[in-house]
Write a protein that binds this ligand. Structure first.
Ligand SMILES: [Zn+2]
Ligand SMILES: [Zn+2]
Length: 377
């Protein structure tokens, strides 16, 4: 602690909940497993609750409410609100207020509720253990969410819902399979602890470990390993750069089950208005970052012809962005023409062949750019 840092009240209730469940999951759960065993049915419920819990936070609290990256049917919102109460991470309203604050003041030691600049433990769970001012909120940044009756209902009955789902529902499922304690320990405690810490990784590890392909304005990182543990939220550098996008992992090979769920639900008419960043915007950010990183490396190198290299990078960058912009503009024209029926057939052929030409040019430029920047990688 800094010598002048004020001391804050310890949140014993939070500490007891976080450490109590953690210790129980490391002692009582394995002991019960060895001495008594858990039935396959309980393991099945455990997996289902783990997914319900985790996806309610990632698809619900995070991408639906905090960022409004899509809209969802009331049935889905209630399901996420219940899964969120089950996760014991505070109400939607409170969580989203803290999260919007995190994006707005990211890395600020005084204003970001879980600032990564205060260390790994603080950003993981330390921020909840004391009454730090950064995490206090008057909900003025979630007024839009307060108009959602599901959000208001969940906030009002939060403790009832949390108790009913964590204790009532898990004990009832245990009783259904003739093992109340098994239900409480496995579906209740172990599921809760796993869900807590995997979510917390997004604030701790995803701000410390990984790559920054889109921006180095803040500490957020892209990390495929963290994505595996967090239902796809490990592509956090992308997320902090394009926070309104319903996707975090934008490539087909990136593990983002939260995105897959939202998309699947959209086919069923249960989610809609999915927001996506235009591909040229994403590519421009990547190229900008590559230019920045390459130029830094050239400046640090002892090469005598550094200035020539820097000029070359500048020239190739300008060409790359020029072609990218021309392609994006032509693509937009083409999409609009396609929508506008069969009229202007001649214009259609004209634009289409221009688009094909620009695509080939862009491909060529991309290769040139890659060859040039890889020399300094
Ligand atoms: Zn976010
Ligand atoms: Zn973050």
């Amino acid at each position: 602690m800094e010598p002048n840092e004020p001391t804050f009240r310890t949140r014993w209730d939070v500490a007891l909940a976080l450490y109590g469940t953690l210790i129980a999951s490391l002692t009582l759960v394995p002991a019960y497993g060895v001495l008594h065993g858990f039935t396959p049915e309980l393991w099945g419920w455990f997996v289902l609750f783990l997914a319900w819990n985790g996806l309610s936070i990632t698809a619900g609290y995070h991408r639906l409410w905090a960022h409004k990256s899509y809209a969802a049917h009331p049935f889905i919102r209630v399901l996420f609100a219940l899964g969120g109460a089950l996760s014991l991470q505070n109400s939607i309203q409170h969580w989203c207020s803290n999260h919007r604050q995190h994006h707005r003041y990211v890395d600020d030691v005084d204003l970001d509720p879980y600032s990564a600049k205060r260390g790994l433990f603080y950003s993981h769970m330390g921020w909840m253990l004391k009454d730090y001012p950064a995490a206090r909120t008057d909900y003025s940044n979630v007024k839009d969410l307060q108009r959602d009756p599901v959000v208001r209902w969940q906030h009002r009955y939060y403790w009832w819902l949390t108790t009913a789902t964590n204790l009532g529902l898990t004990a009832a499922l245990g009783a259904l399979h003739g093992d109340i304690w098994g239900g409480l320990l496995l579906i209740g405690i172990l599921r809760l602890v796993l869900c807590h810490h995997t979510t917390f990784f997004i604030n701790s590890l995803a701000h410390a470990w990984g790559k920054q392909p889109y921006s180095d304005d803040n500490s957020a990182r892209d990390n495929g390993a963290i994505a595996l543990l967090t239902y796809g939220e490990g592509y956090h550098n992308f997320h902090h750069t394009f926070q309104w996008d319903y996707r975090n992992g934008i490539r087909w090979y990136q593990f983002d089950p939260t995105k897959w769920l939202i998309r699947l639900l959209s086919f069923m008419g249960l989610t809609w208005a999915l927001k996506r960043t235009a591909p040229e915007k994403i590519e421009r950010r990547i190229v900008e970052m590559q230019r920045k990183q390459t130029e830094e490396r050239i400046r640090l190198s002892r090469a005598s012809n550094r200035d020539q290299w820097l000029d070359l990078i500048d020239a190739e960058y300008a060409k790359m962005v020029g072609v990218l912009n021309a392609w994006a503009q032509c693509r937009q024209q083409w999409l609009e023409l396609k929508k506008a029926d069969l009229k202007a057939k001649w214009e259609k052929t004209e634009i289409h062949s221009r688009l094909q030409h620009l695509e080939a040019e862009l491909d060529f430029q991309r290769r040139q750019w890659r060859l040039l920047t890889q020399q300094f990688a």
